[in-house]
Write a protein that binds this ligand. Structure first.
Ligand code: PLP
Length: 342
């Protein structure tokens, strides 16, 4: 596989914007190059466009090289850049399982890229043969999400490998929920598969949805294209500083993940006792998908009591389903009490 051939010709040819902070990266003492206000207030200077300090810390924790990391304004930015780097609008197409995270399809539509949905099997696993059969010469990307949103299950690693071995475009593996899962990340595979991009985020297990910080991991050649196409200063200094601070408190996050997973076990056990719930699906994420008799009615009733879950009733394979995020013990008890009362 030739990676260069997957890149849009205009992106291959692109001469990126060269910011003041990327043209000079040394230890100067008088910075008169970026038209900043010279009076120091902690925020008057442009931030590091490549977030070097933060990437070094992430690289250390994840045991990978910093040049395999891209940081974005949430995973959303990484997803959008993937379309803009690889997919020619009006010509190329991508393949994704259905149901999965809705952002891939929205991004495809925004970029005028044909989005081909391949239904998951009844056990919510992908069918590699069907996915590969949907591919043609203009298929640039296959999206996979593991654990999958909204179904909650991990994708079978063997099936992921089958797709990686047979597909010669880009494979995006979204691991937004991997820290809650019983299996570890496939991050170490990026050195083996030059066409694999793994997405992770600070929004879920790390508890930082508000700071908007997403990660993409891939071979350095791909990361270079991310850096070429992204906004010059895409991660602001508040986010960079906050994330650096957070990375020194990993034990707190680990404890929270443990508590959430314990609550997940308890919530599932209690939900299974309820007659109006037909099925509680197995989950490796911090949410659980349940099938009920009348999803719309239960959703409305819960909403009226101030308990908001996600109604997935209209989604393929999720007819009659609600997606419930694991809350604190008190929150989960409130939910259970409302469900028991109905
Ligand atoms: C929540 C979620 C994300 C996170 O998106 P951010 O933009 O990083 O907040 C990514 N992928 C999936 C599948 C998600 O459910």
């Amino acid at each position: 596989m030739n990676l260069q051939e997957l890149i849009r010709p205009n992106i291959q040819a692109l001469k990126p914007y060269s910011s003041a902070r990327s043209e000079y990266t040394g230890e100067g003492s008088v910075f008169l190059d970026a038209n900043e206000n010279p009076f120091s207030n902690g925020y008057n200077r442009y931030p590091d466009p490549l977030q070097r300090e933060l990437k070094n810390q992430i690289a250390r924790i994840k045991n990978i090289s910093p040049d395999t990391i891209f940081l974005g304004n949430g995973s959303d930015e990484a997803i959008d850049l993937i379309f803009r780097i690889f997919c020619e609008p009006g010509k190329d197409n991508v393949i994704a399982p259905e149901p999965t995270y809705g952002m891939y399809e929205v991004c495809a539509q925004i970029n005028n890229v044909d989005y081909r949905k391949i239904c998951l099997c009844d056990d919510f696993q992908p069918d590699p043969i069907k996915m590969l059969q949907a591919a043609d010469a203009n298929t640039k990307i296959i999206f996979l999400c593991s654990p999958n949103n909204p179904t909650g299950n991990l994708l079978d690693e063997q099936l992921i490998r089958e797709i990686l071995d047979s597909f010669h475009g880009i494979v995006v593996l979204d691991e937004a929920y991997i820290d809650f899962a019983s299996r570890t990340s496939m991050l170490s595979e990026i050195s083996k598969y030059p066409h694999l991009i793994i997405l992770q985020t600070f929004s879920k297990a790390w508890g930082q949805a508000a700071i908007r910080l997403g990660m993409a991991f891939a071979a350095p050649t791909i990361i270079e294209y991310f850096n070429k196409v992204k906004y010059p200063y895409n991660i602001n200094v508040l986010t960079q500083q906050h994330a650096l601070q957070l990375l020194t408190q990993q034990e707190i996050v680990s404890e929270q993940i443990e508590k959430i997973n314990e609550e997940r076990t308890r919530l599932i056990r209690e939900l299974e006792k309820l007659e109006k719930i037909i099925r509680v699906y197995p989950t490796d994420a911090n949410f659980v998908l349940i099938r009920v008799l009348d999803a719309d009615a239960i959703y409305r009733d819960l909403t009226m009591q101030g308990v908001i879950v996600r109604n997935r009733n209209k989604i393929t394979l999720c007819e009659g389903c609600l997606r419930i995020t694991i809350g604190t013990q008190e929150e989960n008890d409130l939910l259970l009490n409302q469900l028991r009362r109905m």
